[in-house]
Design a protein around this ligand. Structure first.
Ligand code: GLV
Length: 312
């Protein structure tokens, strides 16, 4: 029996080699793993492929994202219309995302930005201690990762609410759910921390604008661990400057790496990390993808493919 070809693309050569090795181990005999493109490839595993990627591989049955997000695939104009796209679901990312978001929310709860500013000015001034239940925390993006973050924060006693695009049949869980654009203003109303973990789609691009910020509590904190372009940067910069936002934690940016002349670099009220909140774990991810490829080969369901219309 001839082997099944799986092609792997990322522009980082070392990472590409690690993916090839991990997929080779996870898929075993009967599969041929190649770096780059291959005309015979039946499956592709990719991050940010170029326009030529799909044209060079006309026999593809499915493409797998090396990440939770698929915007880097859906924006490729040559992606064939009917080709199923799969994204990573958790695969070791949820625990990292929970740790990152919990850390940033605790930073707000404990007034650490205020104390850091006081330290710079040698000011000794105590502020009232707040309990988690006094902090209104919102999750925009309530999928696999957002759900885990919301649950972890709820378990710690924070007043958590979450926004989803469409209502679920059962929304009777302990976390207050808001669904659909009609409930967007009510979701934002009075939020003290807003965590962005939504996919970047035509509906979500720039969604955190001046109107959204004004609906939140004055002096709220923004945590963006989704995609940089979810925020309207001009509006967010203005709000960070005039105090409508007390500060922000950014892991993702509209342009990455963040250009050296970007104002975020030097704003003391901005905490930054270089897109590391939840890094793909190649081992567990390769296993998840291998399981799905085998399921497709066996004619079994391979999990939920991305819905192109909604963009995730
Ligand atoms: C990272 O940004 C991801 O989409 O997993």
């Amino acid at each position: 029996m001839s082997s099944i070809t799986v092609s792997v693309y990322t522009d980082d050569r070392d990472e590409c080699a690690q993916w090839c090795a991990a997929l080779g181990r996870a898929l075993g005999a009967g599969y041929r793993i190649v770096a780059g493109t291959d005309a015979a490839a039946r499956y592709a595993v990719a991050w940010g492929p170029p326009e030529t990627f799909f044209a060079a591989q006309p026999a593809l049955h499915a493409v797998f994202s090396m990440a939770a997000g698929v915007d880097h695939l859906l924006r490729v104009a040559t992606l064939p219309a009917g080709l199923p796209v799969y994204r990573l679901e958790d695969a070791g990312m949820a625990a990292q995302m929970v740790r990152y978001c919990r850390h940033e929310v605790e930073h707000v709860l404990l007034d650490r930005a205020t104390y850091e500013a006081q330290q710079r000015r040698k000011v000794w001034q105590q502020h009232p201690v707040r309990e988690p239940g006094e902090l209104q925390v919102g999750l925009f993006g309530y999928g696999v990762l957002g759900g885990r973050v919301a649950q972890a924060l709820h378990d710690e006693g924070y007043a958590v609410r979450a926004f989803r695009r469409a209502a679920r049949g059962d929304s009777s869980g302990p976390i207050a759910e808001y669904a659909g654009s009609g409930q967007w203003p009510a979701f934002l109303q009075g939020l003290q921390v807003l965590i962005l973990l939504a996919p970047l789609t035509e509906d979500t691009r720039g969604i955190i604008d001046g109107v959204a910020i004004d609906a939140m509590a004055r002096g709220a904190w923004l945590v963006n661990v989704g995609r940089g372009a979810l925020i309207d940067e001009t509006a967010v910069l203005a709000a960070l400057t005039d105090g409508r936002l007390a500060g922000a934690s950014f892991d993702v940016f509209a342009t990455e790496p963040l250009p050296a002349n970007h104002p975020f670099w030097s704003m003391p009220q901005v905490r930054m990390t270089p897109h590391v909140a939840a890094v793909t774990r190649i081992g567990p991810s390769a296993h998840q993808i291998a399981d799905r490829i085998r399921a497709i080969e066996n004619g079994d369901p391979a999990g939920r493919a991305v819905d192109r219309a909604s963009g995730y």
